[in-house]
Write a protein that binds this ligand. Structure first.
Ligand SMILES: *Cc1c(COP(=O)(O)O)cnc(C)c1O
Length: 383
């Protein structure tokens, strides 16, 4: 470890000019909590940005996924399909409802849900008369899934789609905002996401009735009565007015953040693409990725170094890189859950996990920072 070199983080928060202005406004009006005008405005602005009819601001992306499952009526002993190649927060809300997940592999062209694996899973489920109550499609690392193929299948089997767009706010697919394709879309404003409120999430939909129900469930499911009366189980999932104030400031500069992240990706790719054994996450033909994180794969046999070893040697240079997500079907928590690989004998996500590495991609990185990461990578490749 070289303590003299400043640390380069994977994806740190990057504030703009308006966050503090909105925060001060909230303080001065004493609308610290609960809710308040910034929450209403933040919901309206996110809905407008993604082109959905409405939005509900909540305390996390995980909470938004849980609410979406509740709204779709997912119950114990039912099943929900979910991308295997993702962060555990995509799948855990399935367990909160008492349902069980079935995991679906990635497509090599998008790294997101494989339509051909999904098709086999749906066919089998239809034969067993156990179609899932929902499909959670995850859009990783700033990129939409191939929603056309996935929606065609889900429409055919009449299964609603939840889009986990926690990592893809700002991306588009066929010119439309990622997160606006499913029955419900989910965003996260956790600290490492492309914009952040320090913690928070958003549920978006064209189904205004569903969103009204989400608001109800997220505020302890309090019935319309003069006293505290409850007929259903509820949750404490709303976003605070202060965090919504930060979110409004962040949303104003989202497009700049996307542009910078794409530049950072291009910089890495330009410098490293000639190296045998290195490849970058592909961009799907009909999509525009935010490149939230620059992710590359390293073939150990060609590079002479594994993704794991590369992450370790970058750490010695005080650079924070990370492995790609460990697929859910490989997690001890989900041992024994059904899994559909892309081809019967080829699991794409297993390979992406063993070879993938996420490089520092924060929009506040300087070009010198990027060059430092690139030099450290090259140094290790030559060893
Ligand atoms: C961050 C993330 C979530 C969860 O969001 P939180 O706001 O941290 O709860 C869900 N899914 C994916 C793919 C994520 O990256």
């Amino acid at each position: 470890m070289s303590p003299t070199k400043k640390r380069i983080y994977l994806s740190p928060p990057h504030m703009g000019e308006w966050e503090q202005v909105y925060l001060r406004e909230a303080f001065e009006s004493n609308w610290i909590a609960p809710l308040g005008e910034h929450v209403d405005e933040f919901e309206r602005e996110v809905a407008q940005y993604v082109g959905s009819r409405g939005a509900v601001a909540v305390s996390s992306g995980t909470a938004a996924i849980h609410l979406a499952l509740c709204l779709l009526g997912v119950k114990p002993n039912e099943t929900v399909f979910c991308s295997t190649f993702t962060f555990v927060a995509s799948a855990n809300p399935i367990l909160y409802t008492g349902a069980a997940p079935v995991f679906i592999d990635s497509d090599p062209g998008s790294w997101n849900m494989s339509a051909q694996a999904l098709q086999r899973a749906l066919q089998d489920a239809a034969i067993q008369n156990k179609l899932p109550k929902a499909v959670i499609v995850v859009n990783l690392y700033g990129q939409s899934s191939d929603m056309e193929a996935i929606l065609r299948l889900c429409t055919q089997y009449e299964v609603p789609v939840i889009e986990d767009a926690a990592e893809s706010l700002g991306a588009t697919y066929q010119g439309k905002a990622s997160g606006s394709f499913g029955e419900y879309g989910v965003f996260s404003f956790n600290g490492n996401k492309i914009i952040t409120t320090s913690g928070g999430g958003m549920l978006v939909s064209d189904n205004l009735e569903g969103l009204e129900k989400a608001r109800f469930l997220a505020t302890q499911a309090r019935d319309q009565a003069r006293h505290y009366q409850h007929s259903e189980i509820g949750y404490n999932y709303r976003l605070s007015n202060l965090l919504a104030a930060i979110g409004r400031g962040q949303l104003q500069i989202l497009d700049e953040r996307v542009a910078r992240r794409r530049q950072i990706f291009a910089h890495y790719q330009q410098a490293l693409k000639e190296y045998a054994g290195i490849a970058f996450m592909p961009e799907i033909p009909e999509g525009r990725s935010t490149r939230w994180l620059t992710v590359m794969t390293m073939d150990e046999d060609v590079c002479g170094v594994s993704a794991r070893e590369m992450v370790e040697s970058l750490e010695e240079e005080n650079i924070e890189a990370r492995r790609t997500w460990k697929p859910m079907h490989l997690q001890p928590l989900y041992a024994g859950q059904p899994y559909y690989s892309h081809e019967r004998s080829v699991s794409v996500s297993d390979q992406l996990f063993s070879q993938g590495i996420c490089l520092p991609s924060g929009s506040s990185m300087t070009d010198e920072d990027i060059d430092r990461v690139i030099d450290s990578i090259k140094k290790r490749l030559w060893k």
